[in-house]
Design a protein around this ligand. Structure first.
Ligand code: NAP
Length: 268
């Protein structure tokens, strides 16, 4: 029987995960045994939908916005990482139980060019993505400061996970800067909305933008022009997806095939 996988989101039509994961399955020679699809699930339908999936031949699922917190609550068993972050992005079904894991944190770390151990880092945002990033950086022994538009949320995040809230960061003083807000997704001006200056980047800095679209973001294009190392949201997406695929199939994920499929035919 075909083993099914899916990404559950709302909306989910824009997701690059089906193209990326089906390309990986094909590269592994598993396309005849496994398939990966996108399923739009409204929040009040999530638990019922997930509970029905094992009977329908699903072995697991990714969960994305807005379900990452709810997925944690409905699971029968949690990995320590998912529990500590407070969000799950990977579900596995076995023996009638739902196991929840989080590969966003480890995927983020694997996308970095070098370990952030001991480095001064700035995380922008205090939503679900920022939580995984802060957790990952602290686990690696980085020094973490967190800025968020709504200050109370960055204070709460740091109280829960660690790191220090910051209200007026000097972006030139960090070795690693991570945009884990949604700014840029709908064409907002990152340099107007976030405490970053277009002239403030330099070589020796790494800038990560979790937001991805068609082509490089303005944030990454600006940082790259100043000599910074840049990591885009597609690379982070690929790395978290690769870890999920490994959990489900036990096979080593073909990263290059996943990157090519996630970037699409334009190669952007
Ligand atoms: P979320 O929980 O909705 O959080 C959104 C964050 O963005 C909050 O910190 C919010 O600040 C901030 N924000 C929104 N509009 C803003 C503005 N105009 N100015 C300043 N801050 C603003 O979302 P999320 O799940 O954390 O995801 C954040 C982004 O990361 C999304 O774009 C998502 O696509 C991306 N992401 C990418 C990957 C990947 O693999 N590449 C994985 C996960 C997420 P307030 O608290 O003040 O509202």
């Amino acid at each position: 029987m075909m083993r099914r996988l899916a990404v559950l989101g709302h909306p989910v039509a824009h997701s690059r995960s089906p193209a990326m994961q089906n390309a990986a399955l094909a590269e592994l020679g598993l396309a005849g045994e496994w398939t990966y699809e996108a399923i739009d699930v409204a929040p009040d339908e999530l638990e019922r939908r997930v509970r029905a999936m094992p009977e329908e031949g699903f072995a697991g699922a990714n969960v994305t916005v807005p379900h990452k917190g709810a997925a944690l609550v409905l699971a029968d068993e949690l990995s320590e990482t998912a529990r500590e972050i407070g969000a799950a992005n990977t579900l596995s079904f076995a023996d009638g139980e739902v196991h929840a894991d989080n590969t966003d944190a480890e995927g983020f770390l694997r996308a970095l060019p070098a370990s952030p151990h001991g480095e001064a880092t700035l995380v922008l945002g205090a939503g679900g993505a920022a939580r995984a990033v802060v957790w990952a950086l602290l686990r690696e022994g980085a020094r973490v400061e967190v800025w968020n538009r709504t200050e109370l949320r960055s204070r709460n995040l740091c109280e829960e996970l660690g790191g220090s809230p910051v209200t007026a960061p000097d972006s030139s003083s960090y070795r690693l800067i991570v945009n884990s807000t949604s700014v840029g997704l709908r064409g907002e001006d990152v340099f107007a909305e976030l405490p970053l200056s277009a002239g403030g980047f330099s070589s020796g800095q790494t800038v990560v933008d979790l937001v991805y679209g068609v082509g490089p973001s303005r944030l990454l294009a600006t940082a790259k022009a100043a000599g910074s190392t840049v990591v885009d949201g597609i690379e982070v997406l690929v790395r978290q997806g690769a870890l999920s695929l490994e959990i489900w199939t036990g096979s080593e994920p073909p990263l290059d095939a996943m990157r090519a499929a996630a970037r699409g035919p334009s190669g952007s």
